[in-house]
Design a protein around this ligand. Sequence first.
Ligand SMILES: [Zn+2]
Length: 69
Amino acid sequence: MSRYEYECNECKEIFEVFLPFGDNEKAKIVCPKCKSERTNRLFSGINVNTKYSSKASPNSCCGDCGHCG
Ligand SMILES: [Zn+2]
């Protein structure tokens, strides 16, 4: 499973969605608040906000980005 963060275009609600790998492109994400399908993915990744404080320097591999692990 992978975590994605979405923002609703209608009510600006920001919410998290968990999706299986490889299935996220075709998934229809519906706002949990207003049920709108007009949602934007803000970014993909796992625990994006929490990694920087504890691991590595900004100039080196983070080990968790999925590209340089
Ligand atoms: Zn909404």
